[in-house]
Design a protein around this ligand. Structure first.
Ligand code: IPE
Ligand code: IPE
Ligand code: MG
Length: 242
């Protein structure tokens, strides 16, 4: 497949592991909640800039299925923030014609949050230029388990044969279906792990780790990540370019 220069230098899909809210707050002697608030605010500028530089798909890891194991006060605080974000800030995304979808099992959220998520997906379903997926109660392994169940049910219903299972069908059965695989995965706060994010989809992703805590991550940090990405030689198993 031939790729022009823009293809190689601008990632089509950037996924963010937005980490470090708690430590950002701690470093300032503030409660962790203040870090989450500031972290939610940081999302706007990053999305705006991603769109401006030609990224077409963004995935944001907002709350993992493992995050329910945090102290109840922190989980409550995060739910309050989601409520606020979904009710006010997301309106801005709708105004900007951003197609929004949520990854992860919605059923674990309170009904008002769940309904709002579905409403936003419905209200932005016709937009096509810029796509944002927000992973909430998401875990890649759970997503794979759900995909396996879906495929097994289809086979049970005789929709296709076992021999028809291929990589594309698995990709299409995940909650990320329709998005290209992430080209670039950025994790803030210095941690260098996936924490159950996009395990299948990340097969050939480039990784970028920065010590910057998520609430401080801005347009310049995104530019730095994209510049680093542009210098990478993505080989997909082939021989290096000369
Ligand atoms: C990321 O920041 C936000 C969520 C996981 C919800 P953290 O809350 O994980 O911040 P640290 O890692 O404790 O600093
Ligand atoms: C991963 O961050 C999840 C999100 C950023 C939403 P965590 O802070 O929960 O991950 P671990 O526990 O350090 O691996
Ligand atoms: Mg963390």
């Amino acid at each position: 497949m031939t790729q022009d220069k823009t293809d190689r230098t601008t990632p089509a899909h950037v996924a963010f592991i937005m980490d470090g809210n708690g430590r950002w707050a701690q470093a300032r002697g503030l409660p962790r909640a203040a870090g989450h608030q500031k972290g939610a605010e940081a999302v706007h500028a990053v999305l705006r800039h991603a769109q401006k530089i030609g990224v077409r798909y963004v995935t944001l890891y907002a709350f993992s299925s493992g995050n329910w194991n945090r102290p109840p006060e922190e989980v409550d605080n995060l739910m309050g923030l989601f409520r606020q974000y979904l009710k006010s800030d997301v309106k801005e995304l709708i105004k900007k014609k951003v197609r929004v979808r949520f990854l992860g099992d919605k059923e674990r959220f309170d009904p008002d949050i769940r309904d709002k998520m579905k409403e936003i997906e419905r209200d932005t379903a016709a937009f096509e230029d810029f796509h944002v997926a927000i992973a909430m109660n998401y875990g890649a392994r759970e997503d794979i388990v759900a995909a396996v169940k879906r495929i097994a049910m289809d086979i049970f219903d005789k929709q296709y044969l076992v021999s028809a299972i291929d990589e594309q069908r698995i990709s299409d059965s995940l909650s990320t279906s329709g998005f290209p695989d992430p080209d670039l995965i950025i994790r803030t706060s210095g941690e260098q792990r996936l924490s159950n994010f996009l395990l299948w989809e990340a097969a050939y992703a480039e990784f970028y780790f920065t010590p910057v805590f998520w609430p401080d991550f801005n347009e310049h940090d995104l530019d730095a990540a994209v510049e680093a990405y542009a210098r990478r030689d993505r080989r997909f198993g082939k021989v290096a370019r000369g």
